[in-house]
Design a binder for this molecule. Structure first.
Ligand code: ADP
Ligand code: ADP
Ligand code: ZN
Length: 213
C-alpha cells in the first residue's frame, strides 16, 4: 500500500495521513516533519531548508528528492507508506515514479483533499502541532483532550512559525503554481481519488478509507 496525500497547505493531509498509517500499519512520512526535525537539531540540511520554509517557498528538489528516496528504502517501508507533503513538484513525482519502478512498484493511491483557499486561511490560525510526534490539532475543529497537550505523547503543543497569515498566503501561491499540477499527473496514472476536505475530519477519513478499500 503506497499512498501519497495531495492538497493545499492546511487541507488536512497530516491529520488524515496519521489515521491512514494507523489503519494499514504503515509509516507516515512527512517531509515537512523531517525538515523541522533537522532544523531543531541544527543539521546542515535543516539550515538549508529553513530559509525556504520561512518564506513559504519550496525547499529545492535536489535536497528534497534524495532525502525522501533514502527514507522510503528503510525497513519499515516494506509493506508501503503514506507520503504527506511529497511529491510537491512534477520532478519530485517523476523521481519517485522512477525509483519505485526499479523495484517493480508504483504509487497505488493518490488522495487529493480538496479545500478552497478561503477555508484554508481560516483554519491555519488555529493549527497546533506536536514538535515531538508530528500530531496535528486545531483549537476549535480538532482540539486535544487536554488543552495545549498532545494526546499521543503528552508533549506541549506549539504553533508553527510558518502558520502566520502572510506566510500562509505565500504557501498557497506556491501550492497553486507548483503542486496543483500533480493532481493531473496522478489522474493520468489512474490512481487519483478526490475527497471533500471541508467535511468533518472523521467524515473525510471515512471517504478516504472507502476509496482505499
Ligand atoms: P503543510 O502540511 O502545511 O502543507 P508541510 O509541513 O508539509 O506543510 O511543509 C512545510 C514546508 O516544508 C513547506 O512550506 C516547504 O517549505 C517545505 N517542504 C515540505 N515538503 C516539501 C517538498 N516535498 N518539497 C519542497 N519543500 C517541502
Ligand atoms: P496539512 O497537513 O494538509 O497542512 P493539517 O492536517 O495539518 O493539514 O490540518 C490543518 C489544520 O486544520 C489543523 O489545525 C487541523 O487540526 C485542522 N483540520 C484538519 N482536518 C480538518 C477538517 N476536516 N475540518 C476542520 N479542520 C481540520
Ligand atoms: Zn505528540
Amino acid at each position: 500500500m503506497k499512498i501519497v496525500m495531495l492538497g493545499a497547505p492546511g487541507a488536512g493531509k497530516g491529520t488524515q495521513a496519521v489515521n491512514i498509517a494507523k489503519e494499514f500499519g504503515i509509516p507516515h512520512i512527512s517531509t515537512g516533519d523531517i525538515f523541522r526535525a533537522n532544523i531543531k537539531n541544527q543539521t546542515e540540511l535543516g539550515m538549508k531548508a529553513k530559509s525556504y520554509m520561512d518564506k513559504g517557498a519550496l525547499v529545492p528538489d535536489d535536497i528534497t528528492i534524495g532525502m525522501l528516496l533514502d527514507r522510503i528504502v528503510d525497513n519499515d517501508c516494506k509493506n508501503g507508506f503514506v507520503l504527506d507533503g511529497f511529491p510537491r513538484t512534477i520532478p519530485q513525482a517523476e523521481s519517485l515514479k522512477a525509483a519505485l519502478s526499479l523495484q517493480d512498484a508504483r504509487i497505488d493511491h493518490a488522495i487529493d483533499i480538496e479545500v478552497p483557499d478561503e477555508v484554508i486561511t481560516k483554519r491555519m490560525g488555529g493549527r497546533r502541532s506536536c514538535p515531538k510526534c508530528g500530531g496535528t490539532y486545531h483549537i476549535a475543529f480538532n482540539p486535544p483532550k487536554k488543552e495545549g497537550i498532545c494526546d499521543n505523547c503528552g508533549t506541549e503543543l506549539v504553533q508553527r512559525a510558518d502558520d502566520k497569515p502572510e506566510t500562509v498566503l505565500e504557501r498557497l501561491k506556491t501550492y497553486h503554481d507548483q503542486t496543483q499540477p500533480l493532481i493531473d499527473f496522478y489522474r493520468n496514472e489512474g490512481v487519483l481519488t478526490e475527497v471533500d476536505g471541508t467535511k468533518k475530519p472523521d467524515e473525510v477519513l471515512a471517504d478516504i478509507l472507502g476509496a482505499l478499500r
